[in-house]
Design a protein around this ligand. Sequence first.
Ligand code: UD1
Ligand code: MG
Length: 424
Amino acid sequence: MAGVRRRSESITATAAQSPSSLSLSNSETPISKIEPPLILAPPKLGVVFAIAALSFVPFFYLLLVHYDVDPELKRSIVINAAMSLGGFIVSIRLIPVAAWYLSRRNMFGYDINKKGTPAGKIKVPETLGIVIGCVYLVITILFQHCTFSPDSEWLVEYNAALASVCFMILLGFIDDVLDVPWRIKLLLPSFAALPLLMAYAGHTTIIIPKPLIHYVGLQTLDLGQIYKFYMGMLAVFCTNSINIHAGINGLEVGQTVVISSAVLIHNIMQIGALKDQHAHAFSIYLVIPLLATSLALLSFNWYPSSVFVGDTYTYFAGMTLAVVGILGHFSETLLLFFLPQVLNFLYSCPQLFKIIPCPRHRLPRFDPKTGLLTGTKDGTLVNLFLRLFGRCSEQSICIRLLIFQVVSCIFCFWLRYILAGWYK
Ligand code: UD1
Ligand code: MG
């Protein structure tokens, strides 16, 4: 994180602040002496309600109207959604408070894509992912009371999943505070995945795709410990791939919201088709709170961001999606939902593996005169989109990339539909 500074350096309010940005005070008073606390720009609830409607309406239509879902399961999902709504409201209230506390501890960043304008001089509170990570954990821990009986075997895996998510939030926060080197960053999720890997008692077999059965000579293949290695690698990939598809206001949270919505629709379609109901219900219970709390964060992180999410959030979101993919037994589908992240990772490989130099930030070039971003040679999807489709504003590139994420998810559903019966 760019914003963690030595304690001795005080945060001061900048004189030129846009109404949409965080306002501290007009004076140069150190922030730690300012009372009342820092006031953030109000959350952009209009944008978030529109995105929430697009995310939740198809899911609830399929759950409540289209499919004949078991009433008990329906009840649990509705309780989960109600608790998540509570989590959304609490997060909206907590984020400005936490932003003040984080700023006071010198945890802030500069908006690189506004450099050269007054907004680029504002110290934007960083690491707000810690708030929604905590709210998420409270919801998911309390939710066990509503669904699982004390002897439920699901409880073991559910709590192992939560332990991994919690461990990941801790390591993400450590990363935000200490700004650890890139090679260590890459490894953090493999430690966080340990609780899940140790508690995992599910199958370790893979179904051989039908066209390959003839060549392999087997219908299923037991991978044993290799399967657990695969699970660990999936956690490493999901977390890091979200973290490096970043740096544009709203992109980190926006991509998580789109993937989570796609996961929910996939889960309910599988439940409707009477396939592996327990596993998909399990996924829904973990993803609805992720989506609700992420929407709260998005309301402050949408362009122009009044808070940054930090690696705490990108790791938390990636780990949560990885555990639901693993325990919901749909990791291949999950990887298809991650298509933009896969492309961004492949394009990044030469820089990630130091074949060509990798600067600290691989962001586009901002022109303060026009307010437009130009793609640089750094190997990211953001830069590629700017080079292919021309210069545009930060908000436009974020919307374009999120539309690409939606199109990738639709492509995934189409591919599953086309391949159903032929592939597996
Ligand atoms: C990853 C990327 C890096 C990218 C950064 C942006 C790789 C190898 N690393 O690094 O290229 O620049 O994410 O998050 O691909 N920021 C903005 N606007 C935003 C979000 C973040 O300007 O909308 C800046 C702020 O200065 C913030 C900093 O990025 O303080 C956070 O960067 P951090 O998450 O610590 O970077 P990495 O995850 O290490
Ligand atoms: Mg980051």
